[in-house]
Design a protein around this ligand. Structure first.
Ligand SMILES: *[C@@H]1O[C@H](CO)[C@@H](O)[C@H](O)[C@H]1NC(C)=O
Ligand SMILES: *[C@@H]1O[C@H](CO)[C@@H](O)[C@H](O)[C@H]1NC(C)=O
Ligand SMILES: *[C@@H]1O[C@H](CO)[C@@H](O)[C@H](O)[C@H]1NC(C)=O
Ligand SMILES: *[C@@H]1O[C@H](CO)[C@@H](O)[C@H](O)[C@H]1NC(C)=O
Ligand SMILES: *[C@@H]1O[C@H](CO)[C@@H](O)[C@H](O)[C@H]1NC(C)=O
Ligand SMILES: *[C@@H]1O[C@H](CO)[C@@H](O)[C@H](O)[C@H]1NC(C)=O
Ligand SMILES: *[C@@H]1O[C@H](CO)[C@@H](O)[C@H](O)[C@H]1NC(C)=O
Ligand SMILES: CC(=O)N[C@H]1CO[C@H](CO)[C@@H](O)[C@@H]1O
Length: 479
């Protein structure tokens, strides 16, 4: 962490130290050099770098700075929100809650908290009075305290709110000096889409990535899945570059550059994952990003990550996403978009991979979704060993819970195969891979020995727990 400060120290020693080049005889040259450096660097100094790594050192560095070594220090854990009232048989997979994990992350922060987010309604228990909104309020108060009393720099990149629906939470944090907030305007930058990423980076050392929005319902009333990484500077620095992209695009009048600065490039992608030990398991990891125009050199796009995980599966592909629809649905005219659908059909038919989809059924499910799911399911048995199974997950509600708007849904966005765990932030419709921002954490084991405790194996257990549960129901038939 504080790579900026380390760099500053190194610079300081080089300049003034016993073997530095700053000798009285070269003062005029030095002055010119310093001026050149200032002219080149100053316009770029506006990264989230004050407490974290400065994006500012950018164009002078030919290659991305090597990440801090992680050694065997990285810990990873799945994190879940299980909506109030949902019950599984005892002994089922269970993981730390999003609520507790977020509180722990805020407490752990010494220097910086960077959050990329869609919208903020942590505090809106007043608008939808429900006792379970306490958890969101607690997270909000804890962030406020970190930003005001603990001298932690809080940086928030959010999707630009609609004028009629301001983010009261972030306006408040900014007005108290607790956070610096930037809004990314997709309408202006991309002509559509949203910042849909849900990402936390603490001290460029710990990370949360997953499906949970900055919404009290995401802690108590919506089913969410994510992962938390602790003491993992190498991955946190890589993921920090994705935050830097959002932060730079949140400046007034920002444009998507034709070429991103090299400091935002990454050596880690589909072909060249990072070799890192996670809880002592040798793992291969990379983080993908969407849309493609937000990907500096080396960053794998989220769609290519998903397709590569599908293509590398040898036995099964289990997918749990809220929406699955092979179309673009937020465009003026909806269009067929079959990139993922084709890959799944090819896996089932050409390679006899067992495919299972667990999609959400709730009040806001688009009527088209069951049509596409039934079309996939109908492939089963078309040829020997072709098996595509689909179920829909329903979060039941009491009459009281039914009154909470946009709650009581399985909001998970992940995929697990016999090789790989993919934990994302996007629903699966074309839009998310064309003009909407999201990320995917892709983890596989670097040897072939099956490790019952790996992240992949744990994610498989979560999928099977949900698939086997009474909440997973047949797809409604369509005429
Ligand atoms: C607050 O943090 C800034 C930068 O991280 C540091 O320069 C300053 O000394 C800190 N102030 C206190 C009171 O700790
Ligand atoms: C992270 O590292 C610190 C210092 O080594 C240690 O105290 C802490 O327990 C570690 N956290 C986790 C979750 O491993
Ligand atoms: C990862 O590390 C292992 C041993 O630590 C090594 O054998 C392997 O070649 C490395 N893989 C990559 C992709 O660097
Ligand atoms: C769905 O919406 C209808 C009407 O808006 C409402 O009566 C019903 O309770 C809602 N169901 C759930 C599960 O929220
Ligand atoms: C893992 O198995 C695949 C084939 O199943 C093989 O191609 C690959 O080399 C193996 N990798 C390691 C690290 O053993
Ligand atoms: C990693 O270790 C932590 C405890 O330090 C545990 O909670 C978590 O489940 C482990 N994760 C994996 C994938 O083994
Ligand atoms: C789910 O059910 C299948 C077969 O019905 C079983 O093999 C598997 O162990 C179960 N998994 C979990 C996590 O319940
Ligand atoms: C881009 C977009 O509108 N995404 C939607 C994905 O699903 C969530 C949960 O329903 C919505 O809140 C988002 O608006």
């Amino acid at each position: 962490m504080l790579r900026g400060d380390h760099d500053a120290d190194a610079l300081h020693n080089a300049r003034w130290g016993p073997r530095g080049w700053f000798k009285p005889s070269c003062v005029p040259i030095s002055v010119i050099l310093v001026l050149i450096v200032l002219v080149v660097l100053l316009p770029l100094m506006d990264g989230p770098g004050r407490a974290a790594a400065p994006a500012g050192a950018a164009p002078t560095t030919p290659a991305p700075a090597p990440p801090a070594p992680c050694g065997a220090s990285c810990r990873i854990s799945l994190v879940e929100s299980i909506p109030e009232g949902l019950q599984y048989p005892s002994g089922s997979a269970s993981h730390p809650s999003t609520h507790q994990t977020w509180l722990d992350l805020i407490q752990a922060a010494e220097y910086s908290i960077e959050i990329a987010s869609f919208y903020w309604t942590l505090q809106q228990g007043e608008v939808y009075p429900d006792p379970s909104s306490k958890q969101g309020e607690q997270v909000f108060q804890s962030l406020l305290e970190a930003g005001t009393k603990r001298n932690v720099s809080v940086f928030i990149a959010q999707n630009k709110p609609e004028p009629k629906q301001p983010n009261i939470d972030t306006d408040f944090l900014a007005s108290k000096g607790a956070a610096q907030v930037r809004s990314v305007d997709f309408q202006r930058l991309m002509g559509g889409g949203v910042l849909h990423t849900k990402l936390w980076i603490i001290d460029r050392t710990h990370v949360y990535v997953g499906s949970a929005n900055m919404d009290w319902r995401s802690l108590a009333q919506v089913k969410e899945l994510g992962a938390v990484l602790y003491n993992c500077t190498c991955l946190a620095n890589d993921i920090g570059k994705i935050f830097d992209v959002y932060w730079s695009l949140g400046q007034p009048n920002a444009q998507i550059p034709g070429m991103w600065p090299d400091t935002l490039s990454t050596p880690y992608g589909i072909q060249t994952p990072m070799n890192v030990s996670l809880n002592g398991t040798d793992s291969l990891v990379y983080v993908s990003s969407s849309p493609p125009s937000f990907c500096p050199n080396g960053r794998s796009t989220d769609l290519s990550a998903i397709l590569s995980v599908i293509d590398e599966a040898e036995k099964f592909i289990y997918i749990s996403v809220m929406d699955y629809i092979p179309m673009t649905i937020y465009t003026a005219k909806s269009r067929l978009w079959t990139d993922i659908d084709d890959a799944l059909r090819a896996a089932a038919i050409n390679r006899n991979i067992h495919v299972r989809l667990l999609i959400s059924l709730w009040n806001h499910t688009r009527p088209a979704i069951p049509h596409f799911l039934n079309s996939l399911r109908a492939l089963s048995g078309a040829y020997k060993n072709v098996l595509v199974e689909v179920k829909m997950f329903v979060v039941p509600s009491t009459p009281e819970q039914k009154k909470i708007p946009f709650a009581r849904v399985n909001h998970n966005k992940y995929m697990v195969t016999d090789k790989t765990a993919y934990i994302g932030t996007s629903n699966w419709s074309g839009d998310y891979f064309i003009n909407t921002a999201g990320v995917g954490l892709v983890v596989s084991e670097s040897n072939n020995e099956s490790d019952d405790n790996s992240l992949r194996a744990q994610l498989q257990s979560v999928f099977e727990r949900d698939w086997n549960s009474s909440y997973a129901q047949p797809v409604p038939s369509v005429q």
